[in-house]
Each structure stands twice: as C-alpha cells, then as structure tokens.
Design a protein around this ligand. Structure first.
Ligand SMILES: Nc1ncnc2c1ncn2[C@@H]1O[C@@H]2COP(=O)(O)O[C@H]3[C@@H](O)[C@H](n4cnc5c(N)ncnc54)O[C@@H]3COP(=O)(O)O[C@H]2[C@H]1O
Ligand SMILES: Nc1ncnc2c1ncn2[C@@H]1O[C@@H]2COP(=O)(O)O[C@H]3[C@@H](O)[C@H](n4cnc5c(N)ncnc54)O[C@@H]3COP(=O)(O)O[C@H]2[C@H]1O
Lengths: 141, 141
C-alpha cells in the first residue's frame, strides 16, 4: 500500500482482518459484552452470530444507557439482558473491493466500519486511524 | 475554511470551541463524571480545573477499569473517587495557531486533541471528524 496511489487502494489493503478484531456474540449476556469492552479497551466492537456473520455493533455507552436507573447504574440487570437487545443493527458496511474514497466517506461519521462479503460473513473493520495514516503519507508525496 | 488551502488552515479554523465542549471538573466524583459521559454520549471528554485551565482527559473505559472487581463492577466506589484520581494528564495539546498538518499528525493516535493557550486555558478540541471532512473536501478539488 506504500506505493499505491490513493485511487488504486481498496478496503482489503487497509482493513484490520477479522482474526485481529475483538467482537461479541449476538446471544452473549450484556455483562460479558461489557467485560470484553472494558478489558480490550475498545469503546465499541462488532457483533457476530455463531456462523461469524456480521449482525451489528455494540458499545459501552449503549450498554450503560440500558442500565441507568433513576438512582444509580443497575449493573445487576446486565446478566439478564443479551447483546441482541442492545446492539445497533442498522450500521454501514463495506466490501473488500470498495475504494479508499468510499471508506473515507463512511469514517467521517463512524470511528470504524465493518467489512463483510456478499453473504454477510465478517471480513474485518476499517478504522479512522488507518485512513488518517494513509492520508498523511499522501501529503508528504 | 471552504476556500482556504490545507497549507493555510490553522487549528482555530477547525476546532470545536470550548463553550460547545462537554467536560468535567477535576474534583468531581467519578460517579458524576460517568453520568456526564453516558448522558452526553461521548466516550471521553476534557477535564478542567475551576479556572477553566486544561488538566487532562477522562473516559468511560478508564472509569470502569477503576471499579472492576473480581466478581463485578463495584459502582458504589464511584462516589468515593474523584476525577483527578482516574484522569490522564499526560495528553497531547495543540494551540490555535498550529497548522492543519500538526493537527493531522496528532489525531492519527487520538480521537480528539485538546487546544489550549500559552497560559493553559482551555480553548476547544480538534476532532478526527473535522480533519476527515476537510481532507475529503480537498479530494474533490
Ligand atoms: N489497544 C489499543 N492500542 C493502540 N491504540 C488504541 C487501542 N485502543 C484504542 N486505541 C486508539 O484509540 C482510538 C479510539 O479507540 P476506540 O476504542 O474508541 O474506537 C475503536 C474501536 O471501537 C474499533 N476498533 C479498533 N481496533 C479494533 C479491534 N482490533 N477490535 C475491535 N474493535 C476495534 O475501532 C475504533 C477506531 O479505532 P482507531 O484505531 O481508529 O482509533 C483508536 C486508536 O487510535
Ligand atoms: N452527539 C453526537 N452527534 C453526532 N455524532 C456523534 C455524537 N457523538 C459521537 N458522534 C460520532 O461518533 C464519533 C466518536 O465519538 P466519541 O464519543 O467516541 O469520541 C469523541 C469524543 O470523545 C470527543 N468529542 C467530540 N465532540 C465533543 C464535544 N462536543 N464535547 C466533548 N467531547 C467531544 O471527541 C471524540 C471524537 O469525535 P468525532 O466527532 O471525531 O467522532 C464522533 C462522531 O463522529
């Protein structure tokens, strides 16, 4: 990717591939999801089903909002609820063959974008960091 | 900023100015800080002192890590701890007169960067979104 022009770069060249992406399963309890998010340090991660198809994303804000009661955060509710009850399923998605420009457009509004194939299998994520590094490299050339 | 070249743009042209930035005070209890973070929807925000000088940043991951016990999240501890015990004070900082390029370099590793004057008074924040929008605009011209 170092020598490719921005107009020749595709999402596959830049994305973090699935095996390196922290994720949760659609039927995990929210307590498990929050633990994964806090231990990995990520604010939000993809949600997959048992066949590794992409179904949504979930983040700490969303989970904490679900348990915010009138007096306190009711953390005991987290073991009672599942990821699918709290996740966002209406999310943008790219394919590996999409262009750098299409990636740039989506990350303007999302810290990361999921990448999936035509059958919905999860391929990886495109992050703002990776887009910004590429743009900075382009500025010095 | 629409008509300025990237080489002429400075941080002041792009930053979100202080009055529009959600923040917490250095001696707030962590419980109050977490409430502000969850209600504003932001993963992390600046920390200011009572004279509105910039002292650090704080986010949900950091707060939740502080209360993660062996068995559960011990949320009751949040009213006992203050922001200054959990915040990051070793943070990058820009000034209003810094260049677009200096801003781009820092946001590669930080979702947002605080902007302060020579006396340490908080001026605003520069976000990845604002840098990405500018770069996309530059690509169509
Ligand atoms: N363990 C770590 N090591 C080094 N730097 C770290 C880091 N965790 C976070 N950062 C830095 O903080 C930024 C925001 O992370 P956040 O978790 O809010 O937001 C992340 C997270 O929601 C997701 N993400 C990134 N990498 C991931 C991964 N391997 N697995 C799952 N989600 C990931 O994509 C978002 C944007 O990531 P991006 O790299 O652009 O931006 C990251 C990166 O610059
Ligand atoms: N209320 C809202 N309305 C519309 N879009 C929203 C939004 N809250 C979050 N987003 C979107 O999600 C991105 C990540 O937000 P996050 O809170 O993790 O990370 C944010 C947050 O930590 C901080 N931030 C942004 N605006 C802020 C503000 N007004 N006050 C305090 N902190 C702010 O800067 C980081 C990067 O912000 P950026 O705009 O690049 O990127 C934002 C933006 O694209």
């Amino acid at each position: 990717t170092q020598d490719k022009k921005l107009t020749d770069i595709v999402i596959d060249d830049l994305m973090i591939s699935s095996e390196k992406v922290a994720h949760v399963q659609v039927n995990n309890p929210l307590e498990h999801a929050l633990l994964i998010l806090v231990k990995s340090g990520y604010s939000a991660v993809p949600v997959l089903d048992s066949s590794y198809k992409l179904v949504g994303t979930i983040g700490k804000t969303r989970i904490l909002n679900k348990v915010l009661g009138l007096e306190r955060f009711e953390m005991e509710q987290l073991s009672e609820m599942q990821v699918h009850e709290a996740m966002y399923s209406d999310i943008p998605c790219l394919s590996k063959s999409d262009t750098f420009m299409e990636g740039l457009k989506v990350v303007i509004n999302y810290p990361f974008v999921c990448v999936a194939d035509e059958n919905g299998y999860f391929d990886g994520i495109l992050t703002r960091r990776v887009i910004l590094k590429q743009l900075k490299r382009d500025y010095y050339t």
